[in-house]
Design a protein around this ligand. Structure first.
Ligand SMILES: C[S@@+](CC[C@H](N)C(=O)[O-])C[C@H]1O[C@@H](n2cnc3c(N)ncnc32)[C@H](O)[C@@H]1O
Length: 227
């Protein structure tokens, strides 16, 4: 398994998706960046840190060892899951962390309070609806090197050595400004029926010049939330 240069993009291994094939190869996050990721997320002992694509387990293990957090690593490669479990035992945190051989796109991540990523921007973008749908408001997300695309700009960006680290928070639903609340079934009198009008959308999520796509609507926080 070849390692790429520090900060370089992990290469996509599989063009056709097979659920036993990783979506991206294993490249470890350098320890300085791991420390910075956990620092920017302000990890504490009460947190449950999920690393999606957990490799040798270093992010989750560091969160447990340094901050007393609990953690879960989701990793598709069983050999890396074994290595992560061995590393957790060697670090004395096996009772606080677990590593699961699972596909990050189908794993249950709802208990996480912090999610860490080192994948690819395209994978982050595919993952984004799941993050928004499953994570609790206030859950922090930190990504090494890759952002979430232009529609969900990070709240913070920091640089460690030559790597960038991006930080987001899942918005609280009540804080969203509801500016559209009618569906085709409850449209105001005189309004023509329009196909698939979203029932709820946030002011800041409206793209310039148009109605958001339905799946866009609840995927992104308003730009002025959490600032
Ligand atoms: C770039 S490495 C990051 C490893 C670790 N998070 C770190 O930062 O050191 C990406 C990891 O994601 C795993 N992976 C790729 N596709 C996956 C999938 N669909 N589900 C779970 N893990 C996956 C790879 O096996 C690899 O270990």
């Amino acid at each position: 398994m070849g390692l790429l240069n520090h900060g370089a993009a992990p290469a996509v291994r599989a063009q056709t998706q097979s659920r036993v094939e990783p979506d991206v190869i294993y490249v470890p996050t350098p320890q300085a960046a791991v420390d910075a990721m956990l620092d920017v997320a302000q990890v504490k002992a009460s947190d449950i840190v999920y690393d999606l694509g957990s490799g040798d387990g270093r992010i989750v293990i560091t969160a447990a060892k340094k901050y007393g957090a609990r953690g879960v690593g989701i990793e598709i490669d069983p050999a890396l899951v074994k290595k992560a479990n061995d590393n957790a035992a060697a670090a004395g945190v096996a009772n606080r962390v677990r590593f699961l051989t699972q596909d990050l796109f189908t794993s249950d991540i709802s208990e996480a309070t912090v999610v860490t990523l080192y994948l690819l921007q395209s994978i982050n973008e595919r993952l984004r609806p799941k993050l928004i749908r499953e994570l609790k408001p206030g859950t922090r997300i930190v990504s090494h090197v890759f952002n979430m695309g232009p529609e969900w700009p990070p709240e913070k960006t920091i640089e460690v050595d030559r790597s960038r680290i991006f930080f987001w928070t899942i918005p609280s639903v009540p804080s969203r400004k509801l500016v559209g609340t009618y569906s085709g079934a409850r449209r105001p009198a005189g309004k023509a029926r329009r196909a698939r009008i979203p029932r709820v959308f946030a002011r800041g999520a409206m793209p310039p010049g148009g109605m958001p796509r339905p799946e866009y609507v609840n995927e992104f926080p308003p730009r002025d939330t959490n600032r």
